[in-house]
Write a protein that binds this ligand. Structure first.
Ligand SMILES: C[S@@+](CC[C@H](N)C(=O)[O-])C[C@H]1O[C@@H](n2cnc3c(N)ncnc32)[C@H](O)[C@@H]1O
Length: 254
């Protein structure tokens, strides 16, 4: 039976791969390489570098997958994501049927960890449940961007006995407050930290964490927000794309 391996590759550095991920890479006959357009060429390059560096037998195949465009209309966010996933689902199903032999193994290289803000698992499970193409799948965890961010800032993610909430920039902008928790914010194209009401919050921000272009800024939000905005805008313009995340928490012992 076909085998699908959803392999966490860490958030941007080939050194982040686990031994389990390397073993999984060496089991696959074919890899799906997403093509998300020119500005994500760097991400594509890293996936290819990972294959090149860790796979011993060079006879593996690559299948380019053109990620369909997604409507950014904020009024219909949920609906847009559902439509987008449905299109990817249809394309993946066709890809599995046409590019992966019945006894072959295909690897999807998931950025960071595949269980965190990544819909590959949802999509693959839907295709499996439909039963048009028969396959089994395994999930190999990876280092998430949030773990890498905390490590690079040399802070524990939670306070002693405390909780951590992982959310998106969009949600943070709606809620405007972090309360007593540590909040990890991902997928924030709008610098939503500017919209929160808590006056004294600390921020630990990182862009391109783990890569040679990494930028880290930390401090009292009110003091460093301007610096983050400036560095973010500059880097985005220079590289053509941005990937950043941050932790927010009330001041006190880390
Ligand atoms: C679609 S989510 C994928 C998350 C990924 N599965 C993970 O485990 O980190 C993409 C978001 O992850 C965060 N991210 C991923 N890689 C990052 C990096 N190297 N540095 C900073 N943030 C990163 C950003 O918030 C980005 O918008």
């Amino acid at each position: 039976m076909r085998k699908v391996l959803i392999i966490g590759i860490g958030p941007g550095n080939a050194d982040y791969l686990t031994i389990q991920a390397i073993e999984a890479l060496n089991r696959a006959d074919v890899f799906v390489i997403p093509d998300k357009g020119e500005e994500k060429a760097d991400l594509r390059r890293l996936r290819l570098e990972i294959c090149d560096r860790y796979i011993k037998d060079e006879n593996y195949r690559l299948v380019e997958f053109k990620t369909p465009p997604r409507s950014k209309d904020p009024a219909n966010y949920k609906r847009n994501v559902e439509d987008w996933h449905a299109r990817i689902e249809r394309d993946y199903q066709r890809l599995l049927a046409e590019n992966v032999g019945e006894d072959e193994c295909v690897g999807f290289l998931a950025w960071g960890d595949p269980t965190l803000y990544d819909s590959t698992l949802r999509i693959i499970e839907k295709i499996r449940a439909r039963g048009v193409v028969a396959f089994d799948y395994e999930v190999i965890p990876g280092i998430s961007s949030i773990q890498a961010l905390a490590a690079r800032h040399r802070i524990p993610l939670n306070r002693v006995g405390g909780s951590v909430r992982i959310t998106t920039g969009r949600k943070l902008a709606e809620e405007r407050s972090i309360g007593a928790e540590t909040v990890a914010v991902m997928l924030d194209g709008e610098q939503s930290f500017r919209k929160i009401d808590d006056a004294d919050v600390d921020i630990y921000w990182g862009a391109y964490v783990g890569t040679p272009d990494e930028i880290l800024v930390s401090g009292r939000l009110a003091d460093v927000a301007g610096e983050i905005e400036l560095k973010r805008a500059r880097a985005r313009q220079e590289k053509g794309w941005m990937m950043d995340a941050y932790l927010l928490r009330a001041p006190g012992e880390t």
